[in-house]
Write a protein that binds this ligand. Structure first.
Ligand code: ARG
Length: 456
């Protein structure tokens, strides 16, 4: 097949070269955006009197027909036509003839593809941030529904201090709200029109770039043509934001996997979001969070991928940049599917409040409260810390809980201890005591829930 750029060539492209350089096998996904970009460009050509109004109408109608044909699977993708831009131009020429050959005036695939992927990403960012909001809303519902459950908070995966389950869930909401903010930042820097930059030096025609930006819904036009055709910072930023978002999903998955184990037993995944084993009939496995954790590797890989592609590129466009798209599509699809499935999973999980409370009692999780109690009895914290530690050692030796010690036993360590110590070291008193902005006391968590709902 003779190529649209074949004028200066005397030999056909070798088959291997053709298959090696094609990108249609993945960039066909840009077709809708490519058509919109061509429509806007045709409008600019008409305004600049490079094409007549009649030619414009032919081109516009032709482009819309090509879009329909692609949608209906009527256009066969062919590696000989390289990429989606060539496919669409070729189909347009076949459809409307001469006028179509004027469409590429004052334009290069370099500024065209940069514009396409910005439009694509803008759409996907809106979709992703919408799904993040839905996910956070589901997390808030679970926090609300389980707002009275106490669980052991951990440090070093050792039981540390009791916290409310809702407080733990709200910690994830914070992470995901930051992710949403990061996506909004990426959107602002993606929202710039490269078209008009042509191959690298700017178009040699008086195209109204501002009008094109308005038509395509870009907030600004690019300042520098060399930068505009070779800039993929917005993709690197997106990949980084996505990698962090996936890292959060992965940490959450790790906890769901632990919590779902018999050893923890804090959570039960619903049957519709768990899988069985092909050999062990008793098993119900957390394959979904495991896959989310596993797919995080791919997304982090995609971030390294784009940075590595960019790091050695001289200005301006280089074909290396074609490699930006597969990781982009892959990250978008992966993150979206992970968010969707995790939303469903969280909608249907059930928490085991009894087991969580039992564990929260373990490991002397209220030993800090005992020290704080002694501080209230006018003992300096360092000394109080030591006394509480000695009491813990005593309990370990006699296999008792802090709440099971008698007053005379307490008195062996400090005469200032009174009968009120029992309530002071209870789970409820421990969480109630953390009545500080951002703390786990029920009143604070209820207020945090209200604030989170507002931020959503
Ligand atoms: N398929 C190419 C890409 O994705 C389009 C731009 C081609 N430009 C070029 N000068 N060969 O980057």
């Amino acid at each position: 097949m003779s190529k649209l750029w074949s004028g200066r060539f005397t030999a056909d492209t070798a088959k291997e070269a053709q298959n090696f350089t094609e990108s249609i096998s993945s960039d066909w996904q840009l077709y809708k955006y490519d058509i919109r970009v061509s429509l806007a460009h045709a409008g600019a050509l008409r305004k600049a009197k490079i094409i007549s109004p009649a030619e414009y109408r032919k081109i516009a109608a032709g482009l819309k027909a090509v879009a329909k044909a692609i949608e209906r699977g009527r256009i066969k993708f062919n590696p000989a036509l390289e990429d989606i831009h060539m496919h669409i131009e070729n189909a347009l020429i076949r459809r409307i003839g001469a006028a179509a050959k004027k469409l590429h005036t004052g334009r290069s695939r370099n500024d065209q593809v940069a514009t396409d992927i910005r439009l694509y990403l803008k759409d996907k960012l809106t979709l992703l941030s919408g799904q993040l909001s839905v996910f956070c809303a589901v997390l808030l519902e679970q926090a609300e529904k389980n707002k009275n459950l106490v669980m052991p908070g951990h440090t070093h995966l050792q039981i540390a201090q009791p916290v409310l389950l809702a407080h733990h869930i709200l910690a994830y909401v914070e992470m995901f709200l930051r992710d949403r903010e990061r996506l909004a930042g990426v959107l602002r820097r993606t929202d710039v029109l490269p078209l008009g930059s042509a191959a690298l030096a700017g178009a040699a025609y008086p195209l109204d770039r501002q009008a094109v930006a308005r038509e395509l819904g870009f907030a600004a036009v690019s300042e520098n043509s060399l930068d505009a055709v070779s800039d993929r910072d917005f993709l690197a930023e997106f990949q980084a934001a996505a990698a962090l978002l996936m890292t959060h999903l992965s940490r959450m998955s790790e906890e769901l996997i632990l919590w779902n184990s018999a050893q923890f037993g804090y959570v039960e995944l619903s049957d519709s979001y768990a899988t069985g084993s092909s050999i062990m009939p008793q098993k119900k496995n957390p394959d979904i969070p495991e896959l989310v954790r596993g797919k995080t590797g791919r997304v982090i890989g995609n971030m390294l991928n784009i940075l590595t592609v960019l790091k050695g590129l001289p200005l301006a466009y280089n074909r290396d940049l074609q490699e930006d798209k597969q990781p982009l599509f892959d990250t978008v699809d992966t993150v979206l599917s992970c968010l969707l499935v995790m939303t469903g999973l969280w909608q249907t999980v059930r928490f085991n409040g009894v087991k969580m409370a039992e564990d929260a009692e373990k490991g002397f999780s209220t030993a800090t409260d005992l020290a704080d109690y002694l501080v209230r009895k006018n003992i300096p914290f360092r000394e109080a810390h030591k006394i509480a530690g000695q009491l813990v050692r005593y309990c370990l030796e006699y296999d008792k809980k802090l709440t099971e010690l008698s007053l005379p036993e307490y008195w062996k360590f400090s005469r200032r201890i009174g009968a009120d110590v029992k309530t002071a070291v209870s789970l409820a008193a421990s969480v109630n005591a953390r009545d500080i902005y951002g703390g786990t006391a029920p009143l604070q968590v209820a207020a945090a829930l209200r604030r989170a709902r507002r931020r959503l």
